[in-house]
Design a protein around this ligand. Structure first.
Ligand SMILES: *[C@@H]1O[C@H](CO)[C@@H](O)[C@H](O)[C@H]1NC(C)=O
Ligand SMILES: *[C@@H]1O[C@H](CO)[C@@H](O)[C@H](O)[C@H]1NC(C)=O
Ligand SMILES: *[C@@H]1O[C@H](CO)[C@@H](O)[C@H](O)[C@H]1NC(C)=O
Ligand SMILES: *[C@@H]1O[C@H](CO)[C@@H](O)[C@H](O)[C@H]1NC(C)=O
Ligand SMILES: *[C@@H]1O[C@H](CO)[C@@H](O)[C@H](O)[C@H]1NC(C)=O
Ligand SMILES: *[C@@H]1O[C@H](CO)[C@@H](O)[C@H](O)[C@H]1NC(C)=O
Ligand SMILES: *[C@@H]1O[C@H](CO)[C@@H](O)[C@H](O)[C@H]1NC(C)=O
Ligand SMILES: *[C@@H]1O[C@H](CO)[C@@H](O)[C@H](O)[C@H]1NC(C)=O
Ligand SMILES: *[C@@H]1O[C@H](CO)[C@@H](O)[C@H](O)[C@H]1NC(C)=O
Length: 862
């Protein structure tokens, strides 16, 4: 790389020097020619980037020697291609220094052992004229190519006689194809190693099946293990999370000449990624994470119960989010009801009413119709036919015209408009699954009788819904009118003054010092002696932690009541305003899920707040600790989520003022002895005036990982930015994992994006904290997860209000919740990365507040 750059930075010199000092560097070559074989003790290194090496190796735990290609710049030896996998050279590498890879004058590539016996060879391309100079070269993309120089008579240019990329072993590198090339007659399949120490071909293979609409199958011996589903123009329908990949592009060619799939790196992407077939039967995408010095599993298949091939049999539908996972398609019933009841579903389902085939052959004569199955991974296409020219409408007619046609779907989704091309299925619909969000529409043919019963039941539901909705709306309107009048009356009699900010900026309440029964602020004033006595003169033994203001102490009043004493450190420059802010706010707020302020003290220089003491510290103290998180069972977590939601609803809507907390995070959720959550730390909170719905601030305070994108980026905050933070907390409670903000969760995804893609795949339960050991209420988890993801949507308008969140939690089932859009920050990841200063490294301290390392504070002043 560096040597190609005209300006070599002096910073690179040490690296260049060290490269030169490496043993192979001085005589590293990238090609062999006739008479100059590659010996057992040598390697070729690709020119250009030096990314790949070719040489002999002995896998750990083996006694054989093989010729292979591996990453030259990845510190974990990773072999991506093997030549003589089925014909090993006996004995380990150090006994085989005289083994050789050679290329002959006629372009035959051969591997020979120490006795010069040829164990493996690749023949030259047919029709290659004689008298050409042949070389074999390892290219920087990992391809081993045999190149014939231009023909002596000048009639033909340089020609690739043979290449390793046409003969994949178990790994697909960027640019490598899997599938069939009809022109050259090559069938590119992946075949897993027999075991990690044995590169010989094992029983696990991945093959492009071209008999119907092409799709990739993984076989383990005679058993189909996984099916990719057909290419829908954008992705394989069985790999629906392709949309979340960044840095990759995908290519699927379906023509007379070839049917192949390949992946490529987006221009400029420096990802090191490979798709490998594991001997255990998994197809895995790995990406190299340099900073962690390891391969990270980016994707894998099969993933879940529904990924197994046809777990629900013909005409069954598999849905991981349903219980039980298998159901019959509408208009179908189990073929073997007894077995089906025992959840042995492979016999599948049969039509309740036979199709009307009387007038088959004439599409407009039959009474049959179609029902839509949305979000489908379409059925096995082995026996399906594809018509890339037909529109969906034509397809419908074609399907009706053939009595054995059971369903159709669009064949190409890459162009929304017109959706040309369609697939038609005949006979049973095998291996159909549905996703909550990804997937495409499948049109299943039904007899008129079954369609009628569907539309009738739909109508019924619609009527009931309409009636319910109108009654509900009426009730809500009446309630709102009542509330409006009640509030007007109340507001008139209670409001302190025209300007609601005055209470804060002029600290009205603090003027009532000594008159602890003021109208606005019924807050006892403590004196310093009382507090000193309670905290043992602020002894370090009683220190609970260090807040943003200063230290927090535990204390005990004379009457035995335990208190938390929060001091405002003199050094803190921004402390006083926030102190007043907090006093004013909390004094006015009384709610079961807000921490209660017992009093305050402004004793000369000292400014102190006295709170009720929370026996169980804060939520992060439990949640992110392996052993303590076991104490949080799902019921407790669910109650905590509800509690936070109620507290926040009170702040946002139900208290006298509309308050935005601005710094919600797990360390600000305190837990009392009954594990009831209490929101604390209002130092950053803002009261909103009657008509404001959002405020723009130049001073962004808060904690990364919890801050809504519009607040972190643009300084705009509203109740919806609190809703975002709430959503993050909910996801953290479900997973027991910190959202590291813009930092990677599984290399390329943060917690929010990860949760979103699992939800859309229907694998959300994979997210749930392992310490719950599977004991949780699935529906509650799904409700919380969906609600959480709705709260972290990119666009603030899309996020629900806290009142709506509580309604979602109370909903009868998760399926009735709307589908969340992509979370914020997943979309803006790149932009956010530049604004990040520090990572959330907070330990489990109680009441960690806002001015420590995990907080960013931007420009001062309003
Ligand atoms: C490899 O071994 C041969 C003889 O066995 C020796 O001549 C040659 O120098 C060795 N090459 C390297 C790079 O060690
Ligand atoms: C390799 O060969 C050596 C010597 O023949 C033998 O002791 C050893 O067990 C073998 N290892 C394996 C993994 O077969
Ligand atoms: C090479 O030949 C010798 C003698 O024929 C034999 O003993 C030895 O096993 C052979 N080595 C290999 C690697 O085939
Ligand atoms: C490709 O190879 C696989 C396995 O070797 C085989 O099952 C399949 O039929 C072949 N496909 C074609 C088109 O030759
Ligand atoms: C197969 O998968 C397992 C589990 O993901 C992994 O540890 C192992 O390294 C993989 N094997 C190969 C040969 O990559
Ligand atoms: C069926 O529909 C096609 C096109 O709409 C029309 O041309 C044809 O006459 C119709 N056939 C019958 C039997 O109605
Ligand atoms: C395809 O048709 C063959 C022959 O009728 C049948 O055995 C096989 O089960 C069918 N496959 C699928 C996936 O429907
Ligand atoms: C219906 O489709 C099947 C499968 O393509 C085909 O074999 C059969 O001939 C078709 N029947 C009619 C009546 O077109
Ligand atoms: C799908 O449509 C896109 C856009 O028109 C086109 O480029 C692509 O070739 C189509 N794919 C197939 C399989 O027809």
């Amino acid at each position: 790389m560096a040597s190609r750059s005209p300006r070599i930075s002096f910073l690179l010199l040490p690296q260049l020097l060290s490269l030169l000092l490496l043993p192979w560097a001085s005589h590293a070559r990238d090609a062999i020619s006739p008479g100059q074989p590659l010996r057992g003790n040598e390697t070729l290194v690709s020119a250009g980037g030096g990314s790949f090496a070719l040489g002999f190796f002995t896998p750990p735990g083996s006694n054989n020697t093989y010729l292979g290609v591996w990453y030259a710049r990845v510190s974990v030896r990773t072999v991506v291609w093997v030549a003589n996998r089925a014909a090993p050279i006996r004995g380990p590498l150090d006994h085989n220094a005289r083994a050789a890879l050679s290329v002959s004058a006629d372009c035959t590539l051969a591997v020979s052992d120490s006795n010069s016996t040829i164990v493996w060879s690749a023949p030259p391309a047919a029709g290659l004229g004689l008298g050409r100079d042949c070389t074999a070269r390892i290219q920087d993309d990992g391809n081993l190519v045999v190149v014939a120089a231009a023909a002596a008579d000048g009639g033909e240019g340089e020609r690739v006689s043979w290449q390793g990329f046409d003969h994949p072993t178990d790994t697909l590198l960027p640019g490598m194809r899997v599938g069939v090339d009809f022109e050259s007659g090559t069938n590119m399949t992946l075949t897993a190693w027999a075991s990690p120490s044995d590169p010989s071909p094992g029983p696990v293979v991945a093959v492009m099946d071209v008999s119907g609409d092409p799709e990739v199958f993984i076989w383990n011996g005679d058993e189909k293990v996984w099916r990719s589903g057909p290419w829908d123009g954008v992705q394989f329908t069985g790999v629906p999370d392709t949309a979340t990949y960044s840095g990759f592009t995908f290519r699927f060619v379906n023509s007379d000449r070839e049917v192949t799939y390949s992946f490529h790196l987006a221009p400029g992407a420096t990802i090191v990624s490979r798709l490998a077939l594991n001997s255990t039967g998994l197809l895995q995408r790995w990406t190299w994470v340099e900073s962690a010095n390891k391969w990270n599993m980016y994707w894998y298949a099969p993933k879940d119960q529904c990924d197994a091939v046809s777990p629900c049999g013909a005409n069954g539908v598999c849905d991981t989010n349903a219980l039980p996972v298998c159901a019959c398609l509408r208009g179908f019933s189990p073929r073997q009801p007894d077995a089906w009841a025992m959840r042995e579903n492979r016999a599948g389902c049969a039509r309740a009413t036979p199709l009307d085939c009387a007038r088959a052959g004439n599409g407009n004569g039959t009474s049959d119709g179609f029902t839509v199955v949305p979000h489908a991974k379409v059925p096995d296409t082995t026996n399906a036919t594809v018509d890339f020219g037909a529109s969906l409408d034509q397809c419908r007619r074609l399907c009706l015209a053939n009595c054995s046609c059971a369903a159709y779907a669009s064949a190409n989704l890459s162009r929304a408009q017109g959706q040309r091309g369609c697939v038609m299925w005949y006979g049973g619909l095998e291996d159909l699954r549905v996703y909550p969000n990804f997937g495409q529409d499948l049109y299943v043919r039904l007899a008129a009788a079954d369609l009628d019963s569907i539309s009738k039941s739909k109508k019924k539901v619609q009527v009931i819904t309409a009636v319910t909705v109108s009654i509900g709306t009426l009730a809500v309107i009446l309630a709102l009118i009542g509330f409006f009048f009640w509030r007007r009356k109340r507001t008139k009699s209670r409001l302190p003054g025209p300007n609601k900010w005055s209470g804060i900026s002029h600290s009205r309440g603090l003027q009532s010092e000594g008159t602890s029964h003021g109208d606005d602020l019924e807050l006892p004033i403590f004196d310093l002696e009382t507090i000193a006595a309670a905290t043992d003169s602020f002894s370090t033994d009683n220190k609970l932690g260090e807040g943003g203001y200063g230290p927090v102490y535990k204390g005990k009043l004379e009457d035995g009541e335990e208190i938390a004493v929060k001091t405002l450190s003199k050094a803190s420059t921004q402390g006083l305003d926030e102190f007043k802010n907090e006093v004013m706010l909390i004094a006015k707020l009384q709610h079961r899920n807000l921490v209660r302020l017992l009093g305050c003290c402004i004793c000369g220089e000292e400014k102190i707040l006295i709170y009720e003491y929370m026996a169980n510290k804060s939520l992060d103290f439990f949640l992110f600790d392996k052993s303590r998180s076991m104490l949080l069972n799902w019921q407790t977590r669910y109650r905590i989520i509800e509690g936070i939601a109620r507290g926040l609803l009170y702040l946002h809507q139900d208290s006298r003022y509309r308050i935005v907390h601005r710094d919600l995070k797990t360390s600000n959720i305190l837990l009392d002895e009954d594990m009831i959550p209490k929101i604390s730390d209002f130092g950053m909170a803002r009261i909103f005036g009657g008509n404001d719905s959002e405020i723009n601030t130049l001073r962004v305070v808060g904690t990364y990982g919890y801050m809504a994108p519009e607040y972190a980026m643009d300084g705009v905050f509203s109740v919806k930015s609190d809703v975002f933070s709430f959503g993050v907390i909910v996801l953290e409670i479900i997973t027991g994992t910190r959202n590291r903000g813009v930092y990677s969760y599984s290399n390329h995804l943060n917690l929010l994006a990860h949760a979103w893609s699992l939800l859309n795949e229907g694998n959300s339960l994979d997210l749930v904290d392992g310490t719950l050991k599977g004991s949780f209420d699935t529906d509650e988890v799904l409700k919380c997860l969906k609600a959480g993801l709705l709260c972290v949507q990119e666009n603030p308008e899309d996020r629900p209000l806290m009142s709506q969140v509580l309604m979602m939690l109370a909903a009868t089932d998760a399926a009735s919740l709307p589908t969340p859009k992509q979370p914020g920050f997943a979309a803006r990841r790149a932009a956010a990365a530049t604004a990040t200063a520090t990572e959330d490294t907070s330990s489990s301290r109680p009441d960690c507040s806002f001015v420590d390392s995990m907080t960013i504070t931007m420009v001062e002043g309003r």
